[in-house]
Design a protein around this ligand. Structure first.
Ligand SMILES: Nc1ncnc2c1ncn2[C@@H]1O[C@H](COP(=O)(O)OP(=O)(O)OP(=O)(O)O)[C@@H](O)[C@H]1O
Ligand SMILES: [Mg+2]
Length: 353
């Protein structure tokens, strides 16, 4: 059952359309990641849900009730921001207790209980008497989480909460947030522009571009069956390769090579192949090219190939037996690995294998 529902949500700033007709449903206890490039409207979307901004049109429903017009504090929502926004003169305990004290709904004993419970969950007990400046970035972020947790909200909204942390800590906190959310079962929307964060954390991912929802699905679905070229290029690391091609529905003509394909598409198409599907061989069929760069990623290497007929491709290969720099190779991929997209609309065209 959907717990949080956005219906035709729209936001304009003056005449600028920032969010267009957003329809989205989040199930009870689900962790939905909203992902998209900078400026696409992610924070605006969260601010509309939290009540920090009013929509130009549309509705926000929580547990079946339209919450528009309700004050942010009356929406049972807690938001965690990128900037931790801690009070520098208060210690960790007071930072977590502050919101509860202001709400004046709980007794002092209940507030202490709530803070202790959150501190226990977040392993913050040793730091309760410290001021924010005496904490590491990760600890500060845990306090910011704690402040949201003590309110026992119905919905968590996260706005890029990890982007101020270094890569190592980010990976660690990513798993911590997800474990915590699973344990508490709070319905959550998590905003990020990092597609790795999106696919590793989300039960489902909603991809937004220029204020428009592109696709919603499980990480597996959006990776396997991207709705359009934008999603295909945005989800998956390293990024999908794109090449100009032509098809009659039975064969695909790319870079002077013909390969079998079965698709309703005809005419010019955009061909997409993921780097992990690309094979590089010395002989046989394939697009002729030269190895331009080899990036060592540890277990794998990313091989950049300059194609003879124009364009480039990247191949992700196990780090044994990769072709030498500047060597001549033939790039190919299994028949089922090709994605086709309409040249004009970018919409995905079905490929039957
Ligand atoms: N108060 C405002 N007035 C006018 N334009 C605004 C306002 N707030 C946001 N915008 C514009 O709306 C667009 C979406 O902004 P938003 O902050 O939602 O993007 P975002 O997806 O969160 O980006 P980022 O990843 O950089 O945080 C941007 O083009 C931004 O300039
Ligand atoms: Mg933002």
């Amino acid at each position: 059952m959907s717990f949080l529902q956005l219906k035709g949500l729209q936001k304009k700033f003056g005449s600028t359309m920032v969010l267009e007709q957003l329809d989205l449903e989040v199930k009870q206890g689900e962790f939905l990641v909203l992902v998209g490039p900078s400026g696409c409207g992610k924070s605006t979307c969260l601010r509309l849900i939290a009540g920090l901004e009013d929509p130009t049109a549309g509705e926000v429903l929580i547990d079946g009730k339209n919450v528009l017009g309700r004050e942010p504090k009356d929406r049972d929502i807690a938001m965690v921001f990128q900037s931790y926004a801690l009070y520098p003169h208060m210690d960790v305990f007071e930072n977590m207790a502050f919101g509860l004290r202001m709400a004046r709904k709980l007794s002092e004993a209940e507030i202490v209980d709530r803070v202790r419970e959150a501190a226990d969950l977040l392993k913050l007990e040793p730091y309760l008497k410290r001021k924010p400046k005496e904490l590491s970035g990760g600890q500060k972020q845990r306090v910011a989480l704690g402040r949201a947790l003590v309110r026992k909200p119905k919905v968590f909204l996260f706005d890029e909460p990890l982007s101020n942390l270094d890569a190592h800590l980010r990976n660690h906190m990513r798993a911590e947030i997800r474990k915590l959310q699973q344990r508490l079962g709070v319905t959550s929307i998590y905003v990020t522009h990092d597609q790795v964060e999106a696919t590793t954390m989300g039960d489902r991912i909603a991809i937004l571009n220029s204020g428009r929802l592109q696709q919603v699905g499980t990480p597996h679905e959006v990776y396997r069956k991207p709705a359009n070229a934008f999603v295909a290029g945005f989800i998956g690391m390293p990024e999908m390769n794109f090449l100009a091609a032509e098809t009659d529905g039975k064969t695909l003509n790319v870079g002077g090579q013909r390969m079998p394909v079965r698709s309703p598409a005809t005419g010019l198409v955009k061909l997409g192949v993921r780097p992990e599907s690309v094979r590089l061989q010395k002989s046989g069929a394939g697009l002729a090219g030269t190895v331009e760069l080899v990036e060592d990623l540890g277990s794998h290497a990313l091989v950049h190939v300059r194609l003879q007929e124009g364009g480039a491709m990247q191949a992700l290969l196990p780090n044994e037996g990769i072709p030498a720099l500047h060597s001549k190779i033939l790039a190919s991929w299994p028949e089922g690995a090709a994605h086709l997209f309409d040249v004009k609309s970018g919409e995905s065209v079905e490929v039957q294998v």
